[in-house]
Design a protein around this ligand. Structure first.
Ligand code: NAD
Ligand code: UDP
Length: 337
């Protein structure tokens, strides 16, 4: 039996593959490589010392997906595949709706036909909109989202709830990620998006290796301790580990449930920049720039439900996140990976 990982060569997916293989799971990986590279497959194999099948397939391609489900004995799916750039989504909403929502529906249809009904979905803290932090899973959502990307996450959560009502045999975990940072401890896998990064750490990383001149910090007039936004940054290795707990849980249960994956602690943008500078002994020139549209001032979670139900507790600190991110980008720049 294997777990199908869509988007498995992406940032979070690749590191989750490493954790699953280390835990003795069999995996089948699907990715269309629109935001990742084939070399990641080899790096996962190098780190884990294990083999697995990889398919360069778009999850909207039902015929190809069906072939994969016929060829492999798939028992569950972790669905990472999707487009994730908030600002880009505002310019090309139809692409986001087609890829994220359309892709998820096609995948679910193929799963249903194959009688595979265990599903873990990569949702996001963005669905909490203007709720007051700490965000907990029982808060009402769906009042508003600030961009099409966030709307895709909200709609997919809703689609999965409807699916679960229609057929209670489905076992579905909605995982609401907070802000993943860091890289695999090997230094071989991390976050290096195509094009100019829009997320904080990939941008800091490129400034650190002189590929970009300076960081713009969006807003220093928020009602926070230093005026910059607060986020719940979680080490990507901790986040990846959370998927093992979620798979274990839905193997034993049916129905749908939702869990926050975060630390429950908020750090400011300046905290992260200063930590990166200190632990890596490197300069990160920055300027304060106007607020970015759609940013909420403060986002952090109540992490107690994941701790209670999934026995999930984060272990790593912002020091680890900054150290591991720097190690990864140095390896990438030096051409070692
Ligand atoms: P990523 O872009 O690194 O990985 C996504 C992968 O999906 C990429 O390798 C891309 O090539 C692939 N992909 C995209 N569309 C596809 C399609 N139609 N068919 C097949 N493959 C496709 O992103 P990530 O940071 O690893 O995020 C993984 C998931 O987690 C996404 O769904 C994202 O929305 C969600 N998420 C990410 C964050 C974050 O801050 N990184 C936060 C919350 C939620
Ligand atoms: N941020 C920033 N400069 C950048 C990128 C991000 O100041 O170049 C800030 C952003 O305004 C937010 C925080 O860093 O307050 C985290 O942003 P990111 O895009 O990484 O994640 P988000 O919280 O938007 O999902």
């Amino acid at each position: 039996m294997s777990v199908l990982i869509t988007g498995g060569t992406g940032y979070i997916g690749s590191i989750t593959c490493v954790k699953l293989l280390a835990a003795g799971e069999n995996i089948v990986v699907v990715d269309n490589l629109c935001n990742s590279e084939y070399s990641v497959v080899d790096r996962i194999k190098t780190i884990s010392g294990k083999e697995f099948p990889f398919y360069k397939v778009d999850v909207r391609d039902k015929a190809e997906l069906k072939r994969i489900f016929i060829k492999h004995d798939i028992e569950a799916c972790i669905h990472f595949a999707g487009l994730k750039a908030v600002s880009e989504s505002i310019g090309v909403p139809l692409e986001y709706y087609d890829n994220n929502i359309g892709g998820t529906i096609k995948l679910l249809e193929v799963m249903k036909e194959a009688y595979v009904k265990k599903f873990v979905f990569s949702s996001s803290a963005t669905v909490y909109g203007s709720n007051k932090p700490p965000f907990s899973e029982d808060m009402p959502i769906g009042m508003e989202t600030t961009n099409p990307y966030g709307t895709t996450k909200l709609f997919i959560e809703k689609i999965l709830r409807d699916l679960s009502i229609s057929d209670p045999e489905w076992g579905i975990a909605l995982l609401r990620y907070f802000n993943p940072l860091g890289a695999d401890e090997s230094g071989l896998l991390g976050d290096d998006p195509n094009g100019i990064p829009t997320n904080l750490m990939p941008y800091i990383q490129r400034v650190a290796v002189n590929k970009l001149p300076q960081l713009s910090i969006f807003g220093n007039d928020y009602p926070t301790k230093d005026g910059t936004c607060i986020r719940d940054y979680i080490h990507v290795s901790d986040l990846a580990r959370g998927h093992l707990n979620a798979i274990e849980r839905i193997r034993r249960t049916s129905g749908i449930d939702v869990w926050n994956l975060g630390t429950g602690i908020g750090y400011s943008v300046l905290d992260i920049v200063n930590t990166f500078i200190e632990v890596n002994n490197v300069d990160i020139p920055y300027v304060f720039a106007p607020r970015r549209d759609g940013d909420v001032a403060v986002s952090y979670c109540n992490s107690s439900k994941a701790e209670r139900d999934l026995h999930f507790k984060t272990e790593k600190t912002p020091d680890d996140m900054c150290r591991d991110s720097f190690r990864f980008i140095k390896n990438l720049k030096s051409g070692d990976i």
